[in-house]
Design a protein around this ligand. Structure first.
Ligand SMILES: *Cc1c(COP(=O)(O)O)cnc(C)c1O
Length: 401
């Protein structure tokens, strides 16, 4: 029993069955967890990562592992592409893509409000290695076109973005990058493969933090890069085998188990987020709500065109956010005041504007005004979970009262 074809199957079937054929040795229906770090071989295998290919048997878990491979197959199929490499975290995946595909003298374009870890890595580590980095508003197509140079080798998009939920137009950005020998990489963590398949819109590589929606339960860290074999083959040798940010097979197994319910969870995340966004929008203490599924979102039409699901991430703004954050820490009953996102549990966190602009973000002049204009002193980033929406609304009502 195994899927004969994946092309004719729906997303719920694929989330459950893709990559997870029954174990040929035992008939086990659920994936086996293979924790072994080494494998007995019956032929001479080269010690070099350069000789690693699809025919190489399992040798050592930093190269490849049967449980991890099942997760990688499932992710590649959900992202509608050929291959995937799993990493120890989203940051391990992002750093690997940048280090393996950029060299001294190359130029990278990235959002000026990108996920802080990636933004700081690009600005601090890559520039130290002689790579030029231009942080711009990647939702502005003219800004992307204007930032392209002869040596631009990578355009990095994150959509929806953190914490303003800005949407980058993947198809239009790929039209700009194409023909310039510039790789288009999309961090699709906030969208998940249920909402957006960037490869079908012209991306070259898709990056995920599996720690978020894909794993979905807040108990396993992981990351992944998906794309065509020609780009991922060299990445496995250099980034996985040599940088060594390999995922634990146990985490791969947990994340695969989480993925079985990804389409169902995303549907519920979206439904709850829309209800909470409407509740917040109507609340007199709330100044502004950002959610791609609301008609008031400045890019609602683009979100509708590019996303099959608006996901469960929203952010909102109110007067004196620090005082509200204090009340949340003391009085929230259901929602956890904590970083991270995409879990079954609701998580909320204040992203203070001063903190972000003095550390992670590079914003000046008009761009800084634009950010302050939207975010004020700070935005609460709310990862709406799978609890009963009425309980989430009551929890917020009592801290807003
Ligand atoms: C969390 C996150 C990352 C980093 O992933 P980790 O698994 O925490 O290393 C990268 N990009 C986005 C958009 C994220 O939300």
């Amino acid at each position: 029993m195994a899927l004969k074809s994946t092309a004719d199957k729906g997303i719920q079937t694929l989330s459950i069955h893709a990559g997870e054929d029954p174990d040929p040795a035992t008939g086990a229906s659920a994936p086996s967890l293979v924790m072994s770090s080494t494998f007995v071989v019956d032929e001479e295998i080269s010690f070099s990562a350069h000789n690693l290919d699809a025919e190489t048997p399992f040798v050592y878990t930093r190269w490849d592992n049967p449980t991890t491979q099942q997760l990688e197959h499932k992710l590649a199929i959900l992202e509608q592409t050929e291959a995937c490499i799993a990493f120890a975290s989203g940051m391990a995946a992002s750093a690997a893509v940048m280090l393996a595909h950029l060299s001294q003298g190359d130029h990278l374009i990235i959002s000026n409000t990108n996920y802080p870890g990636t933004a700081e890595f690009a600005r601090e580590t890559l520039t130290r290695l002689g790579i030029e980095v231009s942080p711009i508003d990647t939702t502005d197509l003219q800004a992307i076109a204007g930032a392209m140079r002869d040596n631009t080798r990578m355009l990095w998009l994150e959509t929806p973005s953190n914490p303003l939920l800005r949407i980058a137009d993947i198809r239009a950005a790929s039209d700009i990058a194409r023909g310039q020998n510039c790789l288009l990489v999309v961090d699709s963590t906030f969208a998940s493969p249920i909402a957006t398949r960037p490869m079908s819109l012209g991306a070259d590589l898709v990056v995920h933090s599996l720690t978020k929606y894909i794993g979905g339960h807040g108990d396993a860290m992981g990351g992944a890069v998906c794309g065509r074999k020609a780009l991922l083959g060299p990445l496995r040798g250099e980034a996985l085998v040599h940088y060594g940010g390999v995922i634990s097979p146990f985490n791969a197994w947990l994340i695969m188990r989480g993925m079985a319910t990804l389409p169902l969870r995303m549907r519920c995340h979206q439904q709850n987020a829309l209800e909470l966004a409407r509740f917040l929008q109507d609340h007199d203490k709330i100044e502004r709500v950002f959610y791609p599924g609301l008609e008031s979102h400045p890019q609602h039409d683009l979100a509708r065109a590019q996303m099959d699901n608006f996901s469960g991430m929203l952010s909102f703004r109110c007067r004196d956010p620090k005082a509200l954050a204090q009340r949340m820490m003391q009085h929230l009953e259901v929602i956890h005041y904590a970083v991270s996102l995409g879990h079954h549990r609701s998580l909320i966190y204040l992203m203070q504007t001063e903190d972000l602009i003095s550390s992670s973000y590079r914003l000046d002049g008009d761009e800084l005004d634009k950010y302050r204009d939207s975010a004020g002193d700070g935005l609460f980033r709310f990862s709406v979970g799978l609890e009963d929406s009425a309980d989430l609304i009551r929890d917020l009502e009592q801290v807003l009262a």
